[in-house]
Design a protein around this ligand. Structure first.
Ligand code: DSN
Length: 398
């Protein structure tokens, strides 16, 4: 690279990633092949439209890449091309969710989503997101005591509010989601069911977490979390008389964006092939085993884990512990000083602010890619405990 100024920064980022432990649940380390595709010449191509119906010429390779992406996406999630369509053009997770709403839900109608501070995502109808400005969020929460979803209660809300669309699948919910129950709730109130598996897609493709495809109308996912690809997104929609795929395609382009980022789509093609490799099954399984061991080890050191554990790649640690511990912000800063990179996170029933919440969200996907096993996460839990306890003592002295 001739730009020495930028090269210095990028080299420093390479070193930072090498030297630190990444526990951010939405991050991972993609393969060299994924990065090679991202930097390939297809980055230069403008491909407004869809395969076979583009606005500019010179699309023979772009069409092949996009079709291959669709084919491999169906294969990775064991879907039939007769039943499911794939749009790989949304630039990332938030635009993907926005496209689904724009395509399928009249503006002003109700969208039922988990509250942000209970583990939902901004694009599930939060007021600061376009999804909360253009549609009316019907929020739901996790149970106050158990901190897990109470499906009976969700059904009551859905029957009362009659949302046009219900969103299941989250950003900070560690437990299994009962997709079937969500289907029943959606049917009971006549809503569409969107399953956002951005966090879970690698685990689902690897057969380590239940698949929502038997129950959903639409499934969205980012491709850079447990799926271990580039930053991008996929939207799957059911093929039937409702024409969901055509409505979603139209919402993505020309509704929300111009030309797709073909280099990202090419890199997703690589990631999907990798996700079909038997080794990926082992990886996905290990991610969850590691998370369970990690949660248990932290519990043994006295930390409260939200819901008491995890069924996925992530866990929420209550670091505040009613004032006996330290805030999520203070905890994340103390850990970063020791080379452990995490994100602060709200916990259900949050009493503090999102900028300085009560907990941390920890994920095992990235370090499992680097080969961490159970004993490594046990050691890491011990290190984290020591760092946080030392910080509590330091803060008490100030
Ligand atoms: N990327 C999401 C996450 O970290 O879960 C937030 O948008």
């Amino acid at each position: 690279m001739k730009d020495k100024e930028l090269k210095k920064i990028l080299d420093a980022e390479k070193v930072r990633q090498k030297k630190t432990v990444t526990l951010i649940a939405s991050e991972n380390y993609c393969s060299d092949d994924v990065r090679e595709a991202l930097a390939s010449e297809i980055v230069n191509k403008y491909s407004e439209g869809y395969p076979g119906r583009r606005y500019y010429r010179g699309q023979e390779n772009a069409d092949k890449v996009e079709r291959l992406c669709q084919e491999r996406a169906l294969k990775a999630f064991k879907l039939s091309s007769k039943k499911w369509a794939v749009n790989p053009q949304a630039l990332s997770g938030s635009p993907a969710n926005l496209a689904v709403l724009l395509g399928l839900v009249p503006v002003g109608e109700k969208v039922m989503g988990l509250r942000l501070n209970h583990g939902g995502h901004l694009t599930h109808g939060h007021s600061v997101s376009a999804t909360g400005k253009l549609w009316k969020q019907v929020p739901y929460e996790v149970d106050e005591k158990t901190e897990v979803l109470n499906y009976e209660h969700l059904k009551e809300i859905a029957l009362q509010e009659k949302p046009a669309l219900i969103i299941a699948g989250y950003t900070a919910y560690p437990r299994k989601v009962d997709w079937k129950k969500f289907r029943e709730i959606a049917d009971a109130c006549g809503a569409l069911l969107l399953c956002d598996i951005s966090h879970l897609s690698g685990l689902v493709a690897g057969g380590a977490y239940p698949s929502p495809f038997a129950y959903a109308d639409v499934v969205t996912t980012t491709t850079h979390k447990t799926l271990r690809g580039p930053r991008s997104a996929l939207i799957f929609s059911k093929i039937d008389e409702r024409n969901l795929p055509a409505k979603i395609d139209k919402a993505v382009f020309p509704g929300l964006q111009g030309g797709p980022h073909m280099n990202q789509i090419a890199a997703v093609v690589v990631a999907l092939k990798e996700a079909c490799d038997p080794k990926f099954k082992t990886y996905a399984k290990q991610v969850i085993v590691n998370a369970k061991v990690f949660a248990k080890a932290l519990q043994k050191h006295g930390w409260r884990i939200v819901t008491g554990g995890t069924d996925s790649h992530l866990l929420l640690v209550d670091t505040w512990m009613n004032g006996a511990g330290l805030s999520g912000d203070a905890a994340s800063i103390a850990l970063e000083k020791e080379g452990i990179v995490v994100n602060k996170n709200t916990i259900p029933g949050e009493t503090r602010s999102p900028m300085d919440p009560s907990g941390l969200r920890l994920g095992t996907a990235a370090e499992t890619t680097r080969g961490f096993k159970e004993k490594d996460f046990e050691k890491l839990a011990m290190r984290i405990d020591a760092i946080l306890r030392k910080e509590i003592v330091r803060l008490q002295k100030i």
